[in-house]
Design a protein around this ligand. Structure first.
Ligand SMILES: C[S@@+](CC[C@H](N)C(=O)[O-])C[C@H]1O[C@@H](n2cnc3c(N)ncnc32)[C@H](O)[C@@H]1O
Length: 255
């Protein structure tokens, strides 16, 4: 019974995230086609960085889990001879990507509307050589399930790359209080669920991933939050830095 209620709560949560993006995606696109808060001034630099950090290579079969309107995916398929499955739970986003594919004559992106907590019911086991979560896993209220599902659809030797914003760590109680207050506000605004990076690293280990590396992404960041605030009236809460970026690279080992 408990599990049943939990499942309904998770589904509702995922629907709330989808509704958020159904409402905002076209508005966000008036500013950028890449919905990542941690970014570089020129977005191409971030995409180039992701190619290197996630070790994307020709012939890869890539799952872009939580693909937004496809900003990263369109860049990657132009740069490399790869196939990308662009997955989003937002019907508006999948429609936007389909339209752009058609307009630009792009064939090696397959658009999929679905929930990343249910990957194994959408894709064959051992299907992908790479799985990416680019500021998308942080929407999950059940990251363990999403990561377990990613494990199933990854090939042995395949790699998972996660880049996200995590709750800032501090041992000063007054700073921790303020961090929590701002995290809650940001979670509410963006239908997010910030967690600590340690939580995700632990889950990966429990699931059976072999962690290759993790750390702060090596780029020069440049926020464009002010543009969102000015143009659309939506932005992360101001004040102390409450979240910090981390990237994690993990591999599905052979047993
Ligand atoms: C902050 S945006 C990042 C988008 C994209 N990675 C980019 O760089 O532009 C988060 C994305 O995750 C997707 N998402 C969130 N929860 C999801 C879920 N349960 N299943 C599939 N997609 C999800 C959202 O629809 C949105 O596309």
């Amino acid at each position: 019974m408990k599990d049943f209620i939990k499942r309904i709560a998770y589904r509702k949560r995922s629907q709330k995230v989808a509704a958020f993006y159904n409402h905002w995606s076209e508005k966000f696109m008036t500013i950028t086609d890449t919905f990542q808060g941690f970014r570089t001034e020129k977005i191409e630099e971030l995409h180039e960085y992701t190619i290197r950090a996630a070790d994307l290579r020709n012939e890869d079969v890539v799952l872009d889990a939580g693909c937004g309107v496809g900003g990263p995916a369109f860049y990657f398929v132009r740069r490399l001879n790869i196939r990308i499955y662009a997955l989003s739970n937002s019907a508006v986003q999948t429609r936007i990507i389909e339209a752009r594919k058609k307009a630009e004559g792009v064939e090696n992106i397959t658009v999929v509307k679905g929930d990343y907590h249910r990957l194994s019911s959408i894709f064959q086991p051992d299907f992908f050589s790479k799985v990416l979560f680019l500021e998308s896993l942080g929407h999950s209220y059940h990251p363990q399930k999403a990561l377990k599902e990613a494990f199933k659809v990854l090939r042995t030797g395949g790699a998972l790359y996660i880049r996200d914003l995590y709750i800032r760590k501090t041992d000063a109680p007054e700073v921790a209080l303020e961090v929590n207050r701002l995290v809650e506000k940001a979670n509410e605004t963006f239908v997010y669920n910030h967690v600590t990076v340690e939580k995700i690293l632990n889950l990966l280990r429990i699931i059976g991933f072999s962690i290759q590396s993790f750390g702060i992404p090596n780029v020069v960041p440049k926020s464009i939050d002010h543009e969102f605030k000015k143009k659309l009236g939506i932005s992360p809460p101001e004040g102390i830095a409450f979240a910090e970026p981390f990237e994690i690279k993990a591999v599905k080992p052979s047993v």
